[in-house]
Design a protein around this ligand. Structure first.
Ligand code: F6R
Length: 583
């Protein structure tokens, strides 16, 4: 979380930095700031709230004429979101922006206080600035090297020294890239921040220090010069535009058929390109949030269609729990960003235990993409709305392909070809989603029920609704509700019932009757015509491997309409950030 961008070159940095921050705002948006520097002056401007607030502040004040700068958008970890805690932080000669967490910051802070340092914020980042300043004696690289030796934790840093006409960057456990333009150079949390100016970049490796000046970039590690590979991204600035949609979330849902087709294509062309997991005795699927719920769909499909033991676990638990690797095991990690801290740690745990890892990932060049043994890329393109939609659908699609391969279901290819068209039909029925949203958006509690794969779908439906509309919602295995939670069902309480698994359909219908008898308003999402609910959303019936791909978009669109009716900030829900790079 938190976004960093930095610039050195002949252009005025202010607008380049603000522009970069706007593209990184999905990483955190509680406060923001920039530091501008010319030959002998550093000016720091910070503001609470969105980048637009910072921009307004900057436009209404005198700003120095500068030729380099660093900028930051924050998702608070240490210290509440306020102006004092916003980045950049200055201590003596050093001004920096920081993404990450310094775990031993209080220890270092105490030591620095004894040397006379006075701190102005509650952040670990200011401590880092003070530590670098403490070691600074005209050799910036040495000061950075000494400081990072003392700290425990994660960091991506952009640093300015008041008496140096250079920009410095270093990272550990969090992403940071360096970008190459025409006589201008950049640092950024990801390429989206600078795509308007260059498509050439290099990935900084752990503890490599990049020194950017007006002529180029030199990267060193422990005093040794490193030759960096220059990569070229195919991302275009226009891929990040809203294209006339009111929200990124809606745009991204509407893109689902296109990105689905793109992701499936290589496997439609050659079914046997799908990795075959049938030799494994155990599969662990590990991820966070929606990616984990996509994994749960996968777990159900793999279990139902093979004799392999499958475990699906939240990464933040998996990384710390006792895990037996006593059978031939593969660990599948699922991550849109490829930078989720807990998922990275879970993947590393598997690797340390000599277990093979397969990543289902969107962002090429991300930590998970680079460190996993094998990768299947989803072709979602940039996903900007904080709540995932198209990436989730593609994660589910890939899990379904893996299950089909294990089950030798090569005839699925015919259905795969039709799937994007059917998905388009589902997402085009916005009138029914709006009608249901209007009926439920004023309620305080909304429940989702389903069994087996329909329960996995319910979890995602419930998460989507609560995270963007702030309505309390829970998902239950349909048979479990009567063991306590049914006491919350009152007259008119909305209950979504997902009923697609034919084997267990009658059982779920009985559970629907139970909640209806207590006054619930039931919205059934099913692939079979029925009249058990107050509403029926009928989706086209497809193979059980693929069915969830046609159900979840209905729930995404209802969540979207509910949040819109409630006037919520749909693309940037409160307290959240897109890329969760802290544990
Ligand atoms: C919810 C959502 C999150 C992410 C989770 C994992 O809408 O987007 O739950 O799915 O934070 O993120 P990635 O996939 O980037 O690892």
């Amino acid at each position: 979380m938190c976004g960093i961008v930095g610039y050195i070159g002949s252009r005025e940095p202010k607008n380049i930095l603000l522009d970069g921050l706007k593209n990184l705002e999905y990483r955190g948006y509680d406060s923001a700031g920039i530091a501008l520097k010319n030959n002998n002056q550093v000016q720091v401007i910070r503001g609470l709230g969105r980048i637009s607030c910072l921009e307004e502040k900057i436009n209404n004040m005198d700003v120095i004429k500068a030729n380099m700068g660093i900028a930051h958008t924050r998702w608070a970890t240490h210290g509440e979101p306020n102006e004092a805690n916003a980045h950049p932080h200055t201590s003596g000669m050093v001004t920096l922006v920081h993404n990450g967490i310094i775990e031993n910051f209080s220890e270092i802070k105490e030591k620095l206080i004894k040397t006379g340092v006075v701190f102005k914020s509650d952040t670990d980042s200011e401590v880092l600035a003070a530590l670098i300043n403490y070691y600074y004696d005209n050799d910036p690289v040495l000061a950075i090297e000494k400081a990072i030796k003392d700290v425990k934790g994660s960091y991506a840093l952009g640093i300015i020294f008041a008496d140096q006409d250079k920009l410095f960057a270093v990272r550990k456990d969090l992403p940071l890239i360096i970008g190459y333009g025409e006589k201008e150079f950049f640092i950024a949390s990801d390429i989206s921040a600078i795509i308007k100016y260059t498509n050439k970049y290099s990935l900084l490796d752990e503890n490599e220090i990049a020194v950017l000046d007006f002529d180029g970039i030199v990267v060193t590690k422990a005093g040794k010069k490193i030759e960096k590979e220059i990569l070229v991204t195919d991302l275009k600035a226009e891929d990040r535009e809203k294209n006339g949609y009111e929200h990124y979330m809606l745009k991204e849902i509407m893109e689902e058929p296109i990105v689905l087709e793109k992701t499936l294509k290589p496997f439609i062309d050659d079914f046997f390109k799908i990795p075959d997991l049938s030799d494994y005795e155990e599969i662990h699927i590990v991820a966070c949030g929606s990616a984990m719920y996509a994994g749960m769909v996968g777990k159900t499909l793999l279990e139902e269609n093979s004799n392999i033991r499958v475990m699906c676990e939240v990464a933040s638990e998996y990384r710390y729990k006792k895990v037996l690797y006593d059978r031939k095991t593969i660990v599948i990690v699922i991550s849109q960003s490829g930078e989720t801290a807990d998922t990275i740690a879970a993947m590393r745990k598997a690797k340390e235990n000599g277990v093979e890892t397969l990543a289902i990932v969107n962002v090429k060049g991300s930590t998970i993409a680079r460190e996993s043994d094998k990768q299947i890329y989803i072709e979602a393109g940039p996903e900007i709305a904080v709540a995932t939609t198209k990436a989730y659908i593609l994660q589910v699609a890939v899990m379904a392909l893996l299950a089909c391969r294990v089950a030798n279901e090569s005839k699925i290819v015919d259905e795969l070809k039709k799937l994007p068209r059917l998905l388009r039909e589902v997402i085009d029925r916005r009138d029914i989603y709006l009608k249901i949203a209007k009926d439920i958006y004023k309620r305080d509690d909304i429940f989702f029920i389903g069994r087996k794969i329909d329960y996995a779908i319910s979890l995602e439906g419930s998460l989507k609704l609560k995270e963007i509309s702030y309505i309390h919602s829970e998902a239950y295995q349909a048979g479990e509700l009567k063991h306590g939670t049914i006491s919350l069902i009152d007259k008119g309480t909305p209950v979504f019932a997902i009923i697609t698994d034919e084997d267990i359909m009658d059982k779920t219908i009985s559970n629907v009757c139970e909640v209806k008898a207590r006054g619930a308003k039931v919205i059934v999402v099913s692939n079979v015509e029925n009249d058990v609910g107050d509403y029926l959303i009928l989706v086209p019936k497809v193979s059980s491997f693929l069915q969830s791909i046609l159900v979840v978009p209905c729930l995404q669109l209802i969540a979207y309409e509910v949040a819109k009716l409630k006037g919520c900030d749909i693309d940037k829900p409160k307290n959240l950030a897109k890329s969760v790079t802290v544990e």
